[in-house]
Design a protein around this ligand. Structure first.
Ligand SMILES: C[S@@+](CC[C@H](N)C(=O)[O-])C[C@H]1O[C@@H](n2cnc3c(N)ncnc32)[C@H](O)[C@@H]1O
Length: 250
């Protein structure tokens, strides 16, 4: 039984059809936004129900019955950094499809390196009702560490990796590409079209010369003199909420 769980979680971490959810909040949001959850392991199923009653009454009464009890020591074998809520789950990874150009912007992270930034971006994009978060580069945006950073909000909007220059061309075919760059023109959120692609660069080097060259505009979030740049996820947050507050979208 214990070795079966160890095997299932280890396999799920490398299976592109599955994702591992670490912690109560990740499980809560995943369930709330329609995830198909295959397995829940919890150190204390009763404590899980108490959390649900306090923080997610919509899920109260549903978790204790499905959770498999695990010793805390076993949880440490299932997760490199066991979450303090003592909960771990396996869910199916939803198929990724680019949304059609519509009323909400798409967030593009070019070659992000830190999974915490990817997760925080997905979290704020879900809160601001962005159409999707797409990434380029090697990092899997559905890595368990990114899911932990988003508190499971990957299930609230399409999240996926663009494969190659063609996919980027497809994404920007009928959407303006706006490059967020500390060296650009001052951002006027009231002029950002709802169907724009908002592109943010990698943590150390910013946007690539190729992406900057193909962008329809380069925009800067104004900052106090002496500050070089904002953290990546913070910059995404500033732009999405400036646009949301400037427009009358929802
Ligand atoms: C940590 S910054 C990268 C800093 C990099 N040295 C540069 O100069 O672009 C990561 C990304 O956040 C966005 N960003 C950060 N501060 C910004 C600002 N003031 N205006 C526009 N974008 C910003 C950009 O997309 C940037 O590529």
């Amino acid at each position: 039984m214990a070795s079966d769980l160890v095997q299932r979680f280890a396999a799920a971490r490398t299976d592109p059809a599955l994702v591992v959810l670490e912690g109560f909040h990740a499980l809560k949001h995943a369930l709330r936004f329609g995830a198909a959850v295959d397995l829940v392991a919890a150190v204390d199923a009763a404590a899980l129900e108490t959390l649900a009653a306090e923080l997610a009454p919509d899920l109260a009464g549903t978790l204790a019955t499905v959770a498999q009890p695990v010793e805390r020591e076993l949880l440490r074998a299932l997760s490199p950094q066991p979450h303090h809520t003592g909960v771990l789950a396996i869910a199916r990874r939803p198929a990724f499809a680019l949304p059609g150009a519509g009323r909400d912007p798409v967030v593009l992270l070019e070659d992000p390196r830190r999974l915490g930034n990817v997760g925080a971006t997905v979290r704020v994009a879900a809160a601001a009702d962005a159409a999707a978060v797409v990434t380029t580069g090697a990092v899997d945006p559905w890595d368990p560490a990114a899911l932990r950073g988003s508190a499971g909000l990957h299930f609230a909007l399409p999240v996926g990796r663009l494969d190659g220059a063609e996919a980027l061309a497809d994404l920007t075919r009928d959407r303006p590409l706006l490059a967020l760059d500390p060296g650009g023109e001052r951002l006027d959120p009231s002029r950002v079209g709802a169907s724009s692609v908002l592109a943010f660069g990698t943590e150390r080097h910013g946007l690539s010369p190729e992406l900057l060259a193909r962008a329809d505009a380069r925009l800067r979030i104004p900052m106090r003199d002496g500050v070089s740049s904002l953290n990546l996820a913070t910059a995404v947050s500033a732009v999405l909420f400036a646009c949301r507050l400037a427009g009358d979208r929802r």
